[in-house]
Ligand binder design. Sequence first.
Ligand SMILES: Cc1cc2nc3c(=O)[nH]c(=O)nc-3n(C[C@H](O)[C@H](O)[C@H](O)COP(=O)(O)OP(=O)(O)OC[C@H]3O[C@@H](n4cnc5c(N)ncnc54)[C@H](O)[C@@H]3O)c2cc1C
Ligand code: FES
Length: 286
Amino acid sequence: MVVELSAVKSVSPWQTHSVRIVSVKAEIPGVMTYRLKFVDQAVGNSFTVEPGQFNMLYLPGYGESAISVSGYDPENNELLHTVRAAGNVTRALSRLVVGDELGLRGPFGQGWPMETARDGHLVLIAGGLGFAPICSAIETAVQQSSRYRRISILAGARSPDQLLYGQQYNLWKAAGAELRLTVDRATSQWSGNVGVVPLLVNRIEISDPATTTVMMCGPEMMMWYTAKAATERNIPAENIWLSMERNMNCAIGHCGHCQFGPAFICKDGPVLRYDKIASYLKIKGL
Ligand SMILES: Cc1cc2nc3c(=O)[nH]c(=O)nc-3n(C[C@H](O)[C@H](O)[C@H](O)COP(=O)(O)OP(=O)(O)OC[C@H]3O[C@@H](n4cnc5c(N)ncnc54)[C@H](O)[C@@H]3O)c2cc1C
Ligand code: FES
């Protein structure tokens, strides 16, 4: 199981390190979680990462893709990455098996403000594959649950078979977290909520909005309406954090590929504060 995520430094942002696939777990159709271990143990020993950061995974002949760290096991120097086979690189990755090697550089970007959220109510919200970066925050929070007054996890997917990390739900609940799930389309076996993720925000108790922190990742439309629902519950905009996605290239703020308003998602994000980006979220195609 995933252990603690802690503070970090990388060697050189351009240097790609070899990692070996230790295990592959089929999560939902087309989405796998890869457990990766550094081939050079010394590199693994010096590698640390914060929840919410991402790595660039490199497959020679195909290219690089930005992939969030969904978990990190510092004892074994193993990283978890949950990947949807979407295009060139990620489809090639889906053909690899245990024992195969690929390249990794990172970690990059600003992660979730776990310390800022301390002592308050932490609300972690995921939509679809946005569960991957949220998962690293959940694992960190439930392992240090005494640091938070309350932990609420809200997640949604199109249908029950699209919900990620089902095997971890009982562990999270056993650690004291509240878990609420919703789907757009129910099946006959589904007894949970039906509807969009923002509706879940209205169902949880928020006793002290000023000390409540919201962290979310999912489709931008979902995040827009969820942030709106949170502010309507009097949670200050500066307590709301979103993980954003844009096409990446250099991952270190040099190429401009990931520009979003004045921010570079790779360097200033991917986790950004809602009040700083709300006006740009409204601009279609930005
Ligand atoms: C910070 C960050 C974290 C990410 N974390 C994950 C993760 O944990 N798991 C995961 O599966 N994916 C994640 N992604 C998305 C992933 O990087 C892209 O899906 C990936 O680049 C696809 O690479 P590819 O070469 O397989 O597809 P490509 O052949 O590059 O692209 C496939 C299609 O997706 C489009 N596309 C590529 N990248 C993006 C993007 N970032 N946003 C919107 N459209 C895009 C392309 O234009 C094309 O239409 C993340 C992206 C970012 C920026
Ligand atoms: S990916 Fe190059 S500036 Fe962000």
